[in-house]
Design a protein around this ligand. Structure first.
Ligand code: CA
Length: 252
């Protein structure tokens, strides 16, 4: 592969970490203490040539690496020695530099309770072990697409559904052509749900992103606001699904 312009410009400075840090490629940090699994993931993701993988073997190392130079995505094993994946996830989410980095959690457990805990800790998605590498790759691509949706290159700010037309830049919401008046919070809630459509969002996640993290607010107030928002949106309100035990999802 030819070096990118940035690699050439930086010359020797990037040579040391070229494989893991090439700027033009998507950078994924894999946090997994089992070397075989980490190696397989690295091999799979790097095969296409557009992803560069770094591996951290412990939670502590992951925090250091991710904080020093936040990657585009983190694949985080739940089962790590000393500091577990959930704790790593919470710490990453609590730090400004890494709060927005998408996280896919790897978990050997399959109970709904563990999935909820993972999503509540701030994971964007989870894959249960044993997983197929093809499935993991697909999840990585999906999360990266979503990340671009609310990140560097925002998705179009106008959503047009069967009933709902929401122009988020103009702060104009209409259902079946009739304008709908939303409170600031309801508007932000709808915007976040729509921007992350098809994706399950936990109550904690919504609180964090829509309200700004505040432990004084109960997760119950998310339900209250979703209820009011649904009521105001009429037919389009049905697009906000309750995912039992997990949270909410905006569907097409
Ligand atoms: Ca492990």
């Amino acid at each position: 592969m030819l070096p990118t312009r940035m690699e050439r410009a930086n010359g020797a400075a990037t040579t040391r970490t070229l494989a893991g840090r090439a700027q033009a490629r998507t950078r994924v940090l894999v946090v997994e203490d089992e070397g075989d699994i980490a190696g397989l993931i690295r091999h799979t993701l790097e095969r296409g040539g557009d992803v560069a993988v770094d591996v951290a073997m412990s939670g502590d190392e992951a925090l250091k690496v991710a904080t020093a130079d936040p990657p585009d995505l983190i694949i985080l094993d739940l089962n790590l020695p000393v500091m577990g994946g959930l704790e790593v996830c919470r710490l990453l989410r609590s730090r400004p530099g890494t709060a927005g980095v998408p996280i896919i959690m790897l978990t050997a457990r399959t109970s709904e309770g563990d999935r909820v805990t993972g999503l509540d800790a701030g994971a964007d998605d989870y894959v249960t072990k044993p997983f197929s590498l093809r499935e993991l790759s697909a999840r990585v691509r999906a999360v990266l697409r979503r990340g671009r949706g609310d990140g560097a290159a925002p998705a179009p700010a106008v959503y047009r559904g069967r009933h709902l037309v929401a122009d988020f830049d103009a702060v104009s919401i209409a259902v079946d052509g009739e304008p709908v008046r939303l409170t600031r919070r309801e508007f932000e809630l709808l915007k976040y749900l729509v921007e992350n459509r098809s994706r399950v969002l936990s109550r904690d996640r919504l609180l964090e992103r829509v309200w700004g993290y505040d432990r004084l607010i109960e997760t119950r107030s998310v339900d209250v606001h979703v209820g009011r928002l649904r009521g105001k949106l009429g037919e389009a309100g049905k697009q906000i699904e309750t995912v039992v035990g997990l949270g909410y999802r905006f569907v097409e």
